[in-house]
Design a binder for this molecule. Structure first.
Ligand SMILES: NC(=O)c1ccc[n+]([C@@H]2O[C@H](COP(=O)([O-])OP(=O)(O)OC[C@H]3O[C@@H](n4cnc5c(N)ncnc54)[C@H](OP(=O)(O)O)[C@@H]3O)[C@@H](O)[C@H]2O)c1
Length: 234
């Protein structure tokens, strides 16, 4: 398809992000996220297209958060390892490729937020973890940052996430407040040892300082992202 359409830019977002499935079937995870990305990268190189590869905060170990662009990733989950191999495949096979690491995407039709909305609307309580932290990212803001990065012809690795480093509980609270649900229905819970079996990491947040300067756009605060989601529709 790339050879036929000869695009100027390919934004490669296809991937297997089912963390549990990746863990139980590493071969399939690497085939899609790494080998597949290599195919896309070589196709882009042949026609001179710019490649943008959407990667993840889970390339890091997710233990302490605030990871910098130049840190050496040490994934603990198969999903993260397969996406890291995808980053390498993109950068090695397509000169000028751009890797955008993001995390905790929310936006139009987010299954998780739609479920929370249904529960809160029905007056049911929702448990949310206080010890699972990341940098939630409004998908519209991610798209704008990718567009700006393409316009500046950036290459290498960028971190593109929301401005706030928050727990799942804080994220659901911001959602409830923006959408006019009763925040007292949210119940703060400690995941503790259960994180491991649920494949959740303590803190996968990313630092964006270096990337923000390169892209020229400020990261979107959580409250602003939720307000935009409310306006644009869930
Ligand atoms: N969601 C997040 O918070 C997040 C954060 C950071 C990075 N990412 C990355 O963003 C990308 C999109 O994530 P998402 O949340 O939108 O995931 P998603 O809803 O599961 O979408 C994944 C897409 O990839 C396609 N796909 C999967 N395997 C494929 C294959 N072997 N060949 C061709 N297409 C395939 C799927 O097509 P079908 O529907 O036809 O199966 C689907 O359209 C992924 O690369 C993920 O690693 C996501």
């Amino acid at each position: 398809m790339v050879a036929e359409f000869r695009p100027e830019v390919v934004i490669h977002v296809a991937g297997n992000k089912d963390v549990r499935q990746c863990e139980s079937n590493p071969g399939e995870a690497f085939a899609t996220n790494a080998v597949g990305t290599g195919h896309v990268a070589r196709a882009c190189r042949k026609v001179g297209a710019k490649l943008v590869y959407l990667s993840t905060d889970l390339v890091f170990d997710g233990l302490r958060g605030n990871y910098l662009e130049e840190e050496i990733p040490q994934p603990t989950l198969v999903y993260g390892a397969s996406k890291l191999a995808g980053e390498v495949a993109a950068l090695r096979n397509c000169p000028g490729a751009l890797v955008c690491r993001s995390g905790g995407l929310y936006g139009w039709r987010s299954p998780l937020l739609r479920w929370v909305a249904a529960e809160l609307a029905a007056g049911r309580s929702v448990e949310a973890f206080v010890d699972v932290v990341n940098s939630p990212t409004f998908s519209g803001a991610l798209a704008e940052a990718i567009e700006a990065a393409i316009e500046r012809d950036l290459s290498g690795v960028l971190h593109v996430v929301g401005a706030d480093r928050v727990s799942r509980y804080e994220q659901f609270r911001a959602f409830a407040e923006a959408f006019g649900f009763d925040p007292s229905l949210l119940v703060a819970r400690v995941a503790g040892d259960r994180r491991r079996e649920m494949m959740l990491l303590p803190d996968a947040s990313l630092s964006t300082t270096a990337s923000t300067g390169r892209i020229g756009l400020q990261p979107t605060p959580l409250a602003s992202g939720m307000a935009r989601l409310r306006l644009e529709g869930l």
